[in-house]
Design a protein around this ligand. Structure first.
Ligand code: KG4
Ligand code: ZN
Length: 338
């Protein structure tokens, strides 16, 4: 299904976790502006996102961030065709800020409102830089809250073929980095340190071989046990060996899922898709198996609002606007949009 309504200019809003973001995207692909205000500094001393602090910061930031996105796109509210916001999954109080702001703007302008699923938006980030991408795609969606293997059969049609049975991949990065004293968020910290270490120094477990689902909690425990038993091991070696175990698990299952579905194209999405080792390995996998590979730029892998506006464009055409009495859904699954 291809939207035929022509280019629509959509303001996207994203406040599901600790980034306050707004973006203007035309035709689901062309990014006119993408502003992301990270609250990382507010949460760092707690070692993770504190929901109440996140909600309050969103309230303060949403107005200026939306204004900046419109200004950077040289777009006024009257130039827009729709206003979209992430409705879940995410933190309830945080989601409410973005959804309420988007609905208020829709009300005063009379424009349609579109509620967007955060996971679906991570998939649609791929179209921001690869406008001609065509399903079927095998997508590895790896973030702080989710680890999903998705076969995207068509626009709006997803088959989840694997998911984590415990921690999400990003959660494992964050917990291990915290244990190693590398700070928050942990993924970028481990990514930066790993090249200084030996990824084969310690053979950490690759969980659930031959199965489509993922598990990272045993790996986290193995890292903790190793560090306690061998305190002299260089932290860079632990970080590199941990990262290698995560990447091996992710890439092996992505390869099997793509084989199983006969998907000719591999796509990464979500914050962990910014990881350099993962990106390199997926590139190698594509070259070795004759598959096209698409890796969104790191800024479109981590949370942003351009992906919300992109997904909204497809959803607006396929399903139409979302009623203004639609709420937020903190535990929404992929593609569940009222
Ligand atoms: O998609 P995202 O920005 O937010 C969620 O929807 O969760 O993902 C955030 C997660 C965090 O766990 C963070 O540590 C991880 O993505 N992350 C990374 C990298 N950059 C962000 N993990 C590994 N390597 C990175 N370079
Ligand atoms: Zn996300």
């Amino acid at each position: 299904m291809t939207p035929d309504a022509g280019p629509a200019t959509i303001l996207g809003v994203e406040t599901s976790c600790d980034e306050t973001a707004a973006a203007v995207v035309v035709g689901g692909r062309s990014v006119r502006s993408s502003i992301v205000s990270s609250q990382v500094d507010l949460h760092a001393r707690f070692g993770g996102v504190v929901p109440e602090i996140a909600s309050r910061a969103h309230v303060e930031l949403i107005g200026p961030v939306v204004a900046e996105a419109l200004a950077a796109a040289s777009t006024g509210l009257h130039d827009l065709d729709a206003i979209a916001a992430c409705r879940g999954p995410g933190l309830a109080g945080a989601l409410l800020v973005g959804v309420s702001a988007a609905k208020a703007l829709a009300l005063v302008t009379g424009l349609p409102y579109v509620g967007v699923n955060h996971l679906e938006a991570h998939l649609y980030a791929a179209w921001l830089e690869e406008p001609d991408l065509e399903p079927p795609l095998a997508v590895l969606l790896v973030s702080g809250g989710h680890t999903l293997l998705v076969i995207m059969e068509a626009h709006g049609r997803y088959r989840v073929v694997g998911q984590t049975v415990d921690d999400a991949a990003g959660e494992a990065f964050d917990k291990v980095a915290r244990f190693l004293g590398l700070g928050y968020p942990g993924g970028p910290a481990i990514d930066r340190l790993a090249p200084d270490g030996d990824p084969e120094a310690i053979r950490f477990p690759r969980a659930m071989p031959g199965e489509p689902n993922f598990s990272f909690s045993g790996l986290k425990t193995a890292v903790v046990n190793h560090a306690r038993q061998h305190p002299d091991t260089p932290v860079a070696d632990v970080a590199a060996s941990f990262q290698a175990a995560v990447v091996d698990q992710l890439v092996d299952k992505l390869a099997a899922a793509a084989d199983g579905a006969g998907a000719p194209t591999l796509v990464l999405g979500g914050g962990v898709a910014a990881n350099s080792a993962l990106r390199a390995r997926v590139g190698t996998l594509g070259a070795a198996t004759g598959r096209d590979v698409f890796l969104p730029a790191p800024a479109f892998c981590t949370d942003n609002a351009a992906m919300i506006a992109a997904a909204a464009w497809w959803r607006l055409e396929a399903v139409g606007p979302t009623p203004l009495d639609d709420g937020v859904d903190p535990t929404a699954g992929l593609g569940v949009v009222a």
